[in-house]
Design a protein around this ligand. Structure first.
Ligand code: NAD
Ligand code: 0WE
Length: 276
């Protein structure tokens, strides 16, 4: 089989979760753009609109920009309504949204408040199911949906805390949504990305150490880039992923398969990552 050069020619879809040029969503937007996709971008609020506009201007097809705060069902419904009215049917949706109270991304997970549990699950998990529901009537057969997840869904990682619980629910949601949407020929998958320094990561103390740890222990010996996640998303969103649904694909340079730290690297020069 020959692989067409423009994998997304004639395809239209929505990217949710673009904040700035460091966003994973931007890596995905660029990969889809390079393959001829027509992209709509939703942004959370007016403050982000200013950051998103100059990025949107770099895309080949002028993108639709739609405000969408996922804590407000009416806002999500209005976003997909506008898409349907302007474009008719769409072929893909990218969900790259997560949020939890920064003060609870430390300390004990068992101390999570009900308010933060509810908010974290709403923004980081329910919003994905809601996007699937709203997309359902306007998705073409052969369409594809991708969300972003993290290893903290499967294993405990220090301080990821309630976000890990939300990502576990998100990954289960991928499987249930894949069954629902499979009936209309739409595929639903997750990408479990390795750590990347984005806005959502910049608020995390020790993120530099998390990056270094992954770099030293991943089989490929380096960290993942937005561009690399973009390429994998392109595969899942395009006909290259034709028979893949309900899957969570690790795009982490192989880190998730490891079972023991590399002793060779346990002591970094001048920086103790692990003491024996
Ligand atoms: P980012 O800060 O660039 O993106 C997070 C986005 O979530 C922002 O655009 C923000 O506006 C949006 N968002 C938050 N609350 C929202 C709301 N109420 N309504 C609408 N949008 C809202 O950071 P990122 O790292 O690119 O995150 C994208 C996704 O990738 C998240 O799901 C994150 O969990 C996931 N992820 C990140 C990493 C990493 O290390 N950066 C690794 C694996 C998975
Ligand atoms: O999913 C994420 C980011 C999650 C996140 C980050 C923030 C920081 C700022 C959710 N909500 C907030 N709220 C804020 O106010 N990642 C996979 C990146 C990440 O976040 C971590 C990590 C990693 C990796 C938090 C703790 C430990 C590791």
């Amino acid at each position: 089989m020959t692989v067409p050069t423009a994998l997304m020619a004639g395809k239209k879809g929505l990217i949710m979760g673009l904040a700035n040029d460091k966003s994973i969503a931007w890596g995905i937007a660029q990969a889809l753009n390079a393959h001829g996709a027509q992209i709509a971008i939703s942004y959370q609020n007016e403050a982000l609109e200013k950051r998103v506009k100059p990025l949107a201007d770099q895309l080949d097809h002028e993108p639709m920009l739609i405000k969408c705060d996922v804590t407000d069902t009416a806002s999500v419904e209005a976003c997909f309504k506008e898409l349907g009215e302007k474009w008719g049917k769409i072929d893909f949706v990218v969900h790259a949204i997560a949020f939890s109270d920064k003060n609870q991304l430390k300390g004990r997970t068992i101390d999570t408040t009900l308010d933060n549990f509810t908010m974290t699950m709403h923004i980081s998990c329910f919003s994905f199911l809601e996007a699937c529901r709203c997309a359902s009537p306007i998705m073409n057969e052969g369409g594809s949906i991708v969300t972003l997840t993290y290893l903290g869904a499967e294993r405990t990682l220090p301080n990821y805390n309630i976000m890990g619980v939300a990502k576990a629910a998100l990954e289960a949601s991928v499987r249930y949504a894949a069954v629902d949407m499979g009936k209309q020929g739409v595929r639903v998958n997750g990408i479990s990305a390795g750590p990347i320094k984005t806005l959502a990561a910049s608020g995390i103390g020790d993120f530099r150490k998390i990056l270094r740890w992954n770099e030293l222990n991943a089989p490929l010996g380096r960290n993942v880039t937005q561009e690399e996640v973009g390429m994998s998303a392109l595969a899942l969103l395009s006909p290259l992923g034709a028979a893949i649904s309900g899957e969570v694909l690790h795009v982490d340079n192989g880190y998730h398969i490891t079972g023991m730290v590399s002793l060779e690297h346990a002591h970094e020069s001048g920086e103790v990552l692990c003491e024996f």
